[in-house]
Design a protein around this ligand. Sequence first.
Ligand SMILES: Nc1nc2c(ncn2[C@@H]2O[C@H](COP(=O)(O)OP(=O)(O)OP(=O)(O)O)[C@@H](O)[C@H]2O)c(=O)[nH]1
Ligand SMILES: [Mg+2]
Length: 340
Amino acid sequence: MSNPNANPGKQMTEVEALLSGDRRALARAITVLESTRAADRRLAEKLLRCAMPHTGNSIRIAISGAPGVGKSTFIEAFGNRATEQGHRIAVLTVDPTSSFSGGSILGDKTRMHTLATNPHAFIRSSPSGQILGGVARRTGEAMLVCEAAGFDLIVVETVGVGQSEILAASMTDIFLLLLLPTAGDELQGIKRGIMELADVVVVNKADGDMKKSATAAAADIQHALALLKPPPKPNPKRAQWRTPVVLVSSIEKTGLDEVQQKINECRRWLETDGALQKRRRRQAKQWLWNETREQLLAELKQDNAVREALAAVVQQVSDGKLPASVAARDLIATFMRSAP
Ligand SMILES: Nc1nc2c(ncn2[C@@H]2O[C@H](COP(=O)(O)OP(=O)(O)OP(=O)(O)O)[C@@H](O)[C@H]2O)c(=O)[nH]1
Ligand SMILES: [Mg+2]
């Protein structure tokens, strides 16, 4: 870092604007966090340092579900209701696949338009086509600056494919899974791991013709959850959280208060015995190691001596002449010798 205080006046103003809750300053801050330019990275570090003491005061919720289940519609209805109750909500998307389903971000903008213009809400979609690690870093950091800007409800929206749920769960307190009112069929298509992640299940589209099947689906899901999560060894100090299943119509705006109530209950449950703090500490530690690994690897790949040696090493490994483990150690040794 050459001179991080080159223009302290301007940076302070940006930080002050951010801390005051200014949404445009927040949007600019996230743009800086997303940038890969060296100067922006330095600014981003400064911004994050200033933001850190003001973070951690929100409920962090991951919302996931298959494409078309109604995530955007739900978040819009739920988010508007939450702001009426005095909350400030920030919505961040984790969608590493959005380069393949390019319409969804545009769709979100039109579907969440009342939330997008709500002065107590903030919506940010991550750029498409990024690698998972990059998405995680940006979303994790965006979450921190949203908290510094006074948002007390952070929603991380993710599509129900690939690794993105695991990623979203690794940075949030509560995992909310949206399912369709056809759960009997649908449950077969849902990976066991995803059901196990769920702290709250919402059966969306419980309206009109689908109301009846939604009620049946909720019972099926509750049953499946009971099988998935057998009660752990009795712990007299700590009752087990039982994942509730809530019927919701995001269009008719029913069931939303119950979802909020379940989220609050889950949050209170997490706070007993300091479990929430423990979870967040564990996540922070995991984040540290992910960052360290990625930054080290990036440095290594940029190193001149490594780059010179690389082609020959890759050739030898792919020809089966050199074991990968030995080659890796050689590359690291080359890097260590040449690193300043
Ligand atoms: N009947 C009914 N339709 C709904 C409800 N919620 C969403 N929909 C409809 O379902 C369709 C998909 O909704 P979205 O909110 O875009 O779903 P999504 O999960 O965000 O979809 P992707 O972003 O593409 O993954 C839209 O046509 C919505 O109008 C609901 O509660 N009831
Ligand atoms: Mg959507």
